[in-house]
Design a protein around this ligand. Sequence first.
Ligand SMILES: Nc1nc2c(ncn2[C@@H]2O[C@H](COP(=O)(O)OP(=O)(O)OP(=O)(O)O)[C@@H](O)[C@H]2O)c(=O)[nH]1
Length: 396
Amino acid sequence: MDQWIFWTVVALVGLAIVAASIVVARDRRRQELERGREEAELEAPTDEEGAPAGEAPVIEDRRPEPAPVPEEPLPEPEPEVLEPAVEQPEAPRSRMARLRRRLASSNNALARALADLLSVDQLDEDTWDDFEATLIASDLGVGPTTELTEALRRDFAVDGVSDPAQAKGILRDELVRLVDPTLDRTLNLEKDGDNPAVVLVVGVNGTGKTTTVGKLARVLVAEGKTVMLGAADTFRAAAAEQLATWGERVGVETVRSHEGADPASVAFDAVAKGAEAGVDVVIIDTAGRLHTKTGLMDELGKVKRVVEKKAKVSEVLLVLDATTGQNGMTQARIFGEVVDVTGVVLTKLDGSAKGGIVVQVQRELGVPVKLIGLGEGVDDLAPFDTHGFVAGILGE
Ligand SMILES: Nc1nc2c(ncn2[C@@H]2O[C@H](COP(=O)(O)OP(=O)(O)OP(=O)(O)O)[C@@H](O)[C@H]2O)c(=O)[nH]1
């Protein structure tokens, strides 16, 4: 009996242990499942409000669509800095040296004639005639040629001609005397009160007026002066265009009008605008071609008169083409009768052995050559210098 009770108790205890183990195991399993789910929830992506993905409340989002974010603009390329097409003028000193060499290379006829003169043992009449012919060919003119030959004959008779250097020195002195170093060749660029100095550039078409205006503006700008250009050659539209192009190169303003406009009114406007802008100098380019000579001259006279209602004309520069010889002299005479020419610009002396025209034109007009053009380049204009010029035409 006691044994039966003992085994019954053992069996009950065993059953209780098994039941307890099952309960514990089931609890542990449930805890593990819950922990696993929490971890899964923590790792799952959530929406913007923090709700687990897929569990977001189904509320219609009525907020306006966010404006599309503009694409990041590509960096702008560095803007190209357009330097004004203004060129730096050559320094006057190197310009003079270069132009003198050019003069020498095209004007050594006189030097050759002198060498011929000195190469003969006996200076006879034929030799002197040849020498005179060379002077005439260089456009010195009959009067100056006779003067020069007589002076040389006299000097050579006194000093002899055995020393070529001395003979050349005598010829140089005589030429300098003819060209006349005492003439005042400075440009009158004095302002008229508050008004700018006015330079009127006249001459027959094709002599190089427009080119001279451009080159002169460049020289003046290089000297620190402020300049304005007036395109009073309204005869051809291309003339104003050509002048405006020069203005752009030099960095100065050009006052212009339409083809056929009244040249006097364009010139007046240029001076008025120049005065308003306070510039130092206004340079006016005029027409060189009209149907009649009288028409051209009347027009020039009017341009000058109208401009002078505003400001004094300080310089009237006559542009002559050195290669046209006696034709140029006729032009000089005609222009001289209509406008008071105050200075001559002799162009195209490069490639021309006609430097003698300087002497002729000065005598004819009674005014000095103030500038010379020795090429088509922008810096091929130089102030006239007697000694440099004579050295140039002697091929030195
Ligand atoms: N070799 C040389 N050519 C020159 C010189 N000066 C001007 N020229 C040239 O001569 C030509 C005529 O020059 P322009 O300045 O147009 O002459 P312009 O008197 O204004 O002529 P229009 O406008 O027709 O009245 C151009 O081809 C110039 O380049 C110079 O000193 N030497």
